[in-house]
Design a protein around this ligand. Structure first.
Ligand code: FAD
Length: 591
């Protein structure tokens, strides 16, 4: 999603002089006093989605404010730009850090501001001071184990390391812990679990491993996952206090129904219980603390360097666990690794998923695997990238996906990737899901996600109407074509046929009002690639050696999910390998 930031007042470089033509003002005593001259200069640099125009407003030599006009990606580039502008003005310095995940935007903006300063004739050196750095407090802390990232893998590691006797700190760069785990559904694939037994579902660890292995992940890692997934789900219940509901979910790609559901169907059930447990155990949790570098001494990991708003922090620790998540919110890293992902594909991820752990470990010679394997989700908010649960009507009651021309273009139950790519190729790079009241009732997601539905209605992205014609009018879709598409589908579906797209769920129709339509687009959902680890969660170099003292778990790693992470397997992965990483990091710190 892009947006324009319109300047309150636009000034060209040719219009150098603004408000105060007169540099002096009378004070009470009638004496003349110098006042700062206000003037503005503008410069332009190429950003991610076109030019970034920065107008620097001076009061004397002070940068009073900076106005921007740009078209950078909403939620990513625009937030980075706002952050950088604030820092430049606060620090009166262009020596500010670029924002990870938005380096092109950041660099272009800083360059535009530099050019505007130069254009003004002022000495750039005035604005190159390391202003805050000099004032920044430095602090050193000593621990046995430092865990980088406060999502599910990070908490599993920190708690396991603490329970194994280590002195542990967990460091989180955002203002709150949770990461993608917090915003997830929290569903957890556990083979041969107690609910399966109750329902008479036959399952085995071997079948679980086979299902996951189909996407090409590493056998030795998958076997560990299959072996420990269920006992670790019980650890979450019995040791951490996570409440699993009394029913199971059946995700695509699994041979049998085996996925546990947390209370309220949300990963917040895990994170809130983890927070309480970490507090009980006395684990230090530092938020708003961004880990920038893994430190080494004599070829061994010796801790991390981190930065907070007011502090440069060195944390000495014999073991470092990277649990910093994937790179799904780092647009540039996604574009670099997967050439089918571009600005028309947003992200469902937490803003902290910027791949920092991968970059930091690579600097120490770590190997990566499957970096080009990125999972997309097709039905997401076209403005924010949020995964839309309302769109699950497609999977339960049935919904058709059409384009602006009123035509279907893909099988609605094809793979997430195929549907995502199909949508991306359509007019405006969006698709429109249409369903009727029968399907709505059967699915029930509108009822169970009232806030999501409300927000979509308010922004006109979801529309309810008595007739299909009204839906077409609202979204400016070809009315005749849409009616023809729906009528043809209804007739064929009643005969369990879909000659054009072979939809695998038939027998339902769109013929009972009110009708619903949802505008949706694809977004990056999961990054399967990441750091190479062995079954002990030790980070591996390109020649297959472990980097002493460096462990990794969760979405920062690669090699388990191959080309397609099955629904609900990530929760098991982050828990199992988080625990292994924590236990081994604690053991290593003892030696
Ligand atoms: C909307 C959504 C729904 C999902 N639903 C499910 C589901 O139901 N079941 C399932 O199995 N999977 C699901 N997934 C996938 C799953 O949530 C993730 O793969 C998993 O939560 C990743 O856990 P993690 O601990 O590795 O990373 P995260 O939970 O993302 O945590 C990483 C943390 O590290 C922090 N961090 C990053 N860099 C730094 C740094 N430099 N310094 C300090 N901290 C840093 C981040 O801010 C973040 O808080 C879903 C994903 C999404 C986006």
């Amino acid at each position: 999603m892009k947006k324009n930031k319109i300047l309150p007042i636009l000034l060209s470089a040719a219009m150098l002089f603004t408000a105060c033509g007169n540099n002096t003002a009378d004070n009470k005593d009638g004496a003349k006093e110098e006042t700062a001259k206000a003037e503005s200069f503008k410069a332009t640099e190429a950003g991610h989605n076109g030019d970034i125009e920065a107008t620097v407003n001076f009061e004397g030599d002070k940068i009073a404010s900076i106005d921007l006009v740009h078209n950078e990606t909403e939620g990513l580039g625009d937030e980075a730009a706002d952050k950088i502008v604030k820092e430049i003005v606060d620090k009166q310095s262009i020596n500010v850090d670029t924002v990870s995940g938005a380096t092109v935007t950041s660099t272009a903006l800083i360059e535009a501001v530099k050019a505007a300063i130069e254009e003004s004739g002022r000495d750039l050196k005035l604005y190159e001071k390391e202003s805050d750095e000099a004032n920044k407090e430095t602090e050193t802390k000593d621990y046995d184990v430092v865990v980088v990232g406060g999502g599910g893998a990070g908490f599993a590691a920190a708690i396991s390391a603490k329970e194994a006797g280590a002195n542990v700190v967990l460091v989180e760069k955002l203002g709150q812990v949770g990461g993608n785990t917090l915003i997830s559904g929290g569903e957890y694939a556990a083979p041969v679990n107690e609910l399966q037994e109750k329902e008479g579902i036959e399952d085995s660890k071997e079948l679980y491993a086979q299902d996951i292995e189909k996407a090409g992940g590493k056998k030795e890692l998958i076997e560990v996952l299959a072996d420990k997934a269920t006992e670790d789900a019980y650890w979450l219940r019995d040791d951490i206090g996570v409440e699993w509901l009394d029913s199971l979910m059946f995700f695509g790609g699994h041979s049998v129904k085996r996925s546990l559901i947390p209370k309220n169907h949300t990963g917040n059930e895990l994170i809130s219980k983890y927070k309480t447990k970490a507090e009980e155990l006395g684990i230090d949790v530092l938020t708003n603390t961004d880990v920038k570098e893994i430190l080494t001494k004599d070829g061994k990991v010796s801790g991390v360097r981190a930065e907070s708003e007011d502090k440069d922090l060195t944390i000495n620790a014999k073991s470092v666990v990277l649990a910093s998540g994937g790179f799904g919110a780092n647009a540039e890293m996604c574009y670099e690794n997967d050439n089918e992902v571009d600005e028309h594909v947003l992200s469902t991820n937490s803003p902290g998923a910027t791949g920092d752990g991968i970059v930091m470990a690579e600097a120490l010679g770590a190997d990566t695997v499957d970096m080009d394997k990125i999972q997309l989700y097709p039905i997401c908010d076209v403005e924010t990238g949020k995964l839309l649960y309302v769109g699950d009507t497609r999977l339960v009651g049935g919904a058709l996906l059409v384009n602006k021309e009123g035509k279907r273009f893909v099988e609605e139950l094809d793979t997430r990737r195929a549907i995502s790519m199909g949508i991306k190729e359509q007019t405006d790079h969006v698709g429109y899901l249409i369903w009727d009241e029968k399907s709505n009732e059967k699915t029930g997601t509108m009822k169970s996600n009232p806030e999501e539905a409300e927000s979509l209605y308010e922004r006109g992205l979801l529309y309810k109407a008595d007739t299909i014609e009204e839906l077409a009018d609202h979204f400016e879709i070809d009315k005749e074509a849409l009616l023809e598409t729906v009528n043809n589908f209804n007739e064929n579906s009643k005969k369990e046929q879909d000659p054009e797209f072979n939809l695998r769920m038939l027998g339902w129709t769109i013929d009972e009002g009110p009708y619903y339509m949802l505008k949706a687009g694809p977004a990056v959902h999961h990054t399967m690639g990441g750091l190479a680890i062995n079954p002990e969660a030790e980070v591996q170099t390109k020649d297959g050696k472990s980097i002493e003292g460096l462990y990794a778990a969760g979405e920062v790693t690669g090699g388990i999910h191959g080309s397609n992470r099955l629904g609900s397997v990530a929760m098991a992965d982050i828990t199992v390998f988080g625990r292994i990483a924590g236990e081994n990091a604690a053991e290593h710190a003892k030696n």
